[in-house]
Design a protein around this ligand. Structure first.
Ligand code: 5GP
Length: 188
């Protein structure tokens, strides 16, 4: 049976690095490509990092029941998991890895309680988070503030997750993440 690994975290907690590592390490894992209305960043590819959609297209999909879940993650910016994406990966017999916000993870867990494992990637502190986001250099001042405000709220969701993975030392976090995958997919 395919598992759904839901990785959620405040922006800058190192979740994307962990998710990428796992996808490179295990060929039975596939990434659930989300849809978003956020503008594409220069290093990103449409159909690989996200399905970049116009706001009207996103709205139509919402209206037609095309999403398993969707959220306005930042003001005016929508993100969602397409039903057809989950079905596509399920059809390939893969375990699916999601890089998603905390509310989305809680919603997917509700939709697939038997298959989903919700993993909360936690930064060691808010200061560490601020430093990582600043070092990444992808956000301007206003966006940085938006992301930090949201991170504070997201940290309060921790108790609703199956597993908390503290990303203090990246190497240790990667090893712990591998263990989570192996425990979940090893033959009974
Ligand atoms: P970013 O703009 O940095 O790529 O992503 C911003 C946030 O949106 C991250 O926390 C990311 O995990 C979340 N996100 C990405 N895809 C989805 C999705 O399909 N649904 C939800 N609810 N959140 C998502």
């Amino acid at each position: 049976m395919s598992k759904l690994f839901l990785f959620a975290a405040p922006s800058g907690a190192g979740k994307t690095t962990i998710v990428r590592h796992l996808l490179n390490h295990y060929e039975d894992l596939s990434f659930s490509i989300s849809a978003t209305t956020r503008p594409k960043r220069p290093h990103e590819t449409d159909g690989k990092d996200y399905y970049f959609l116009a706001p009207d297209t996103f709205k139509t999909l919402v209206k037609n029941g095309g999403f398993v879940e969707w959220e306005e993650v930042y003001e005016g910016l929508f993100y969602g998991t397409l039903k057809r994406e989950v079905e596509r990966l399920w059809g390939e017999g893969k375990h699916i890895v999601f890089d998603i916000d905390v509310k989305g993870a809680v919603n997917i867990k509700q939709a697939y309680p038997n298959e989903a494992i919700a993993i909360f990637v936690k930064p060691p502190s808010m200061d560490a988070l601020r430093n990582r986001l600043t070092a990444r250099g992808t956000e301007d001042e206003a966006n940085l503030k938006k992301r930090l405000d949201r991170a504070e709220e997201e940290l309060s969701y921790e108790s609703r997750f199956d597993i908390v993975l503290v990303n203090d030392n990246l190497q240790e976090a990667l090893t712990a993440a591998e263990q989570i995958i192996e425990d979940a997919i090893k033959p009974a």
